[in-house]
Design a protein around this ligand. Sequence first.
Ligand code: G6P
Length: 612
Amino acid sequence: MCGIVAYVGPKQAYPILIKGLKRLEYRGYDSAGIAIFNGGIKVFKKKGKVQALEAFAQEAPKDSTIGIGHTRWATHGAPDDINAHPHTSGNGRITLVHNGIIENYALLKAALEKEGHIFKSETDTEVLVHLIEEVQNRDGLPLEEAVRVAMARVVGAYAIVVLDREDPDKLVAARKASPLVIGVGEGEFFLASDATPIIEHTKTVVYLNDEEIAVVRRSGQMQIKTIDNEVQAPHIHELDMKIEMLEKGGFDFFMLKEIYEQPVTIADCMRGRVNAEEGFVRLGGLEDHINRIIRAKRFIVAACGTSWHSGLIGEYLFEDLARIPVEVEYASELRYRNPIITEKDVVIAISQSGETADTLAALELAKEKGAMIYGIVNAVGSSIARITDAGSYIHAGPEIGVASTKAFTGQVTLLTMMALVLAERKGTISKSYFQQLISELALIPKKVQKVLEYDEQIKYIASEIKDSHNALYLGRGYNFPVALEGALKLKEISYIHAEGYPAAEMKHGPIALIDEQMPVIVIATNKSAYDKIASNIQEVKARKGMVIAVVTEGDSVISKMADYVIQIPDTEEPLTPLLSVIPLQLLSYHIAVMRGCNVDQPRNLAKSVTVE
Ligand code: G6P
């Protein structure tokens, strides 16, 4: 959370910073700010979105060629103008933007206050700028050295970029546990929390590693050192991303574009990996470590949010198809509860951004305990992708809407492929069933397309329930995690309280809530539990609840019981989540739009949660 961007080179910095901040806005939108050098450092910062900053910063010197910018997701201190970044040192010499959390900020602040530093904001970030100033003044060090010495005293997570009034031809950056990418152009550098602000300027990037400090200069020089003062050779990467991926392409919101991209993103996830004609599934990352993975005593999935829901589907897949015991853990719980993890376990990290702080920390713990770490990640080159022992990208392309959609189906597709590879190797499913599943999997993109064609009907249902205060989502088996995901989608973007439940558990609590005001969305596609779900629906109807049923095309029984019906094409049961989640994504989207919500940037949320 929080996005940072910076530029030094021959071009005007202002438009680069503003555009970059708009690209990073998904990381937080409580306030935005920039600092640019034009004889002195000029800071403009404003509560609210980047648009508010633009209106406020009309007077910003447009011919400056160096600057830093920030979009904030508030942690320490209210989301207001004063707490907005950039923050400036007491003597006004240095200005800084920061993404992360400084855990020992209170101690540092008290020590600095004793030295006479006066703080203006309530942020942890302001401590950094004063600390660097203190080191700079005390030891007479150049900025990069002062940053290095200062950061060695800091506990917590940071990606920072610092601008020095006395040397306005360079920027100094440092990172630990928060991402920072350096775009390398012709005599120019772009620094950002991810590659999205960089891609339209250059495809050549360097990912800064933990505890590294980088200095980039207008002359085109770049130097990287560790916090222990060892010079590092930069590793150059080429980005594989197109600018169209970062634009709405005619859709009103990124979320809708991303929902509609799913036939393509699921196909991209399977490209070169699934071959239905020749009857094989191959995953490079898995093949290289297959023996260790097959011998694993158990899989532990560590993830957060929507990625945790796809992990739950992974549990059903691995246990059902490959007979491997699985535990699915919230990364935030796993890391703090003294878990039993051994070298016989494989820990599977699932993360869209590859930067989620809790997931990263859980992996570090699992690594210490000797487990093998497998990553299922979307963002190429992200921190999680880089610390895992092996892994597979889902290739969904940048996901910008805060509510995850195409990353979820990408993760489930990847987990399905993994389960199939392992099931085949272990011989836990018959050859004919294996072949049947691959053939069906290859058809999923077309079937998702078919679900999307029911969008108008889903929009109509949305209009009927948009004013509800609560909603209940029910599913069984493979569709229970889909019920959780449907409820999460609704609450995060429309602010309607929603709960997902295993259908049979309804009678142990949620049934008390059901009345004619309560829409109950039932995923009723499971052949194996059809009658049981039909009974659950009767229980809801008996209490006058309004039932919206997601059924298989051609369904005749449940369709007659429900108030509204959404059909999805038939498929093999383990693959149904890939289809049944699509109408739930669309339903939430339309409800949120009808309620006037900002679908892509829901209140209080951020896409990349780089703090605990
Ligand atoms: C945030 C996002 C969710 C996401 C979760 C985990 O809450 O808003 O969409 O599922 O973080 O993020 P990750 O990047 O690790 O999948």
